[in-house]
Design a protein around this ligand. Structure first.
Ligand code: C2E
Ligand code: CA
Ligand code: CA
Ligand code: CA
Length: 275
């Protein structure tokens, strides 16, 4: 009986080892992912609530692992943020999105996610500027999405970098609005060009008066600041009707379109064959 606790601890250690091993293996594979051409971007449409017009696309990273298949970003992005690989992945995503959208006719906006860790890059503004030059992407068709956690870490330095990038003509969206500790403080510190209201509010919009009040308040805030609001994660017509009633500017979600490869979302007749 005395041996029992020890056994339990050993068993627990083994499980931990297993999880650690799996993560380490995944991290190792991720190091090769760019070179092995295993990464791709899928694009999700963003549209005007009022007119239904397409206003842009969000680029979402996908990793096609040779053995594990499609690995969701939530499994490899936190890992890449821990070991610094996100710098390379983020750069790859930015270059790939700009390359694909640079020659799009008529031009349309593409939004690329930036990890807070990417602000540790020695010269993020120059990297963005170089990629714009290199790909011929018109700067005002590029939007960068960041969460408030990007600004909290080293506020003064981050704000200076954001200003430098904005001078290029690039715009900024505040992602996952309402989920952090200081969304309002973040909006005061930096005048974003778009507010992305987090999906969690929309999930409850149809049932909860409270969620609905918060949506209404965020839309009023956006209006008074002159910042358009996009509602994330729209899955139902009910949610779409609420957005229409409340006067929300833009929407994104499975109802309007799931993330898809560039060939699928492209209007280029050369790509029709792949639809
Ligand atoms: P996010 O930036 O908030 O992206 C929105 C996520 O919600 C995407 O998940 C998208 O596929 C999903 N989504 C969109 N509409 C709906 C809907 O109607 N219902 C539901 N249930 N989900 C919806 P995804 O592609 O799995 O990405 C998850 C997160 O991974 C992203 O959240 C973002 O934080 C991160 N991520 C993805 N790509 C990149 C990237 O290139 N760089 C960085 N730093 N992060 C990325
Ligand atoms: Ca995003
Ligand atoms: Ca989001
Ligand atoms: Ca998110």
């Amino acid at each position: 009986a005395k041996a029992e606790p020890t056994e339990k601890i050993c068993f627990f250690d083994q499980e931990m080892d297993e999880a650690v091993r799996k993560r380490r293996a995944l991290a190792n594979d991720l190091r090769q992912a760019i070179a092995n051409d295993e990464l791709e971007l899928h694009y999700q449409v963003q549209s005007s609530v009022l007119t239904g017009e397409i206003t842009g696309y969000e680029a979402l990273l996908r990793w096609r692992h040779p053995q594990r298949g499609l690995v969701p970003p939530m499994e490899f992005i936190p890992l890449a943020e821990e070991n610094g690989l996100i710098l390379k992945l983020g750069e790859w995503a930015l270059r790939e999105a700009c390359q694909q959208f640079a020659r799009r006719d008529p031009p349309v906006k593409v939004a690329v996610n930036l990890s807070p860790i990417q602000f540790l890059h020695p010269n993020l503004a120059k990297l963005v500027s170089d990629i714009l030059d290199e790909t011929g992407m018109p700067p005002h068709y590029l939007e960068l999405e960041l969460t408030e956690s990007a600004i909290i870490a080293d506020k003064a330095r981050t704000l200076a970098i954001l200003e430098q990038i904005r001078k290029l003509g690039v715009t900024f969206a505040l992602d996952d609005f309402g989920t952090g500790y200081s969304s309002l403080e973040t909006l005061r510190a930096f005048p974003f060009d778009k507010i992305k209201l987090d999906k969690s509010f929309m999930d409850e919009a149809a049932e909860s008066l409270q969620a609905r009040s918060i949506i209404r308040a965020v839309l009023a805030l956006g209006k008074s600041l002159g910042i358009p609001v996009l509602a994330e994660g729209i899955e139902t017509y009910d949610q779409m009707n609420i957005l229409r009633e409340e006067g929300c500017d833009n929407a994104q979600g499975y109802l309007l379109g799931k993330p898809a490869p560039y060939s699928v979302i492209s209007d280029d007749p050369a790509n029709y064959a792949t639809r």
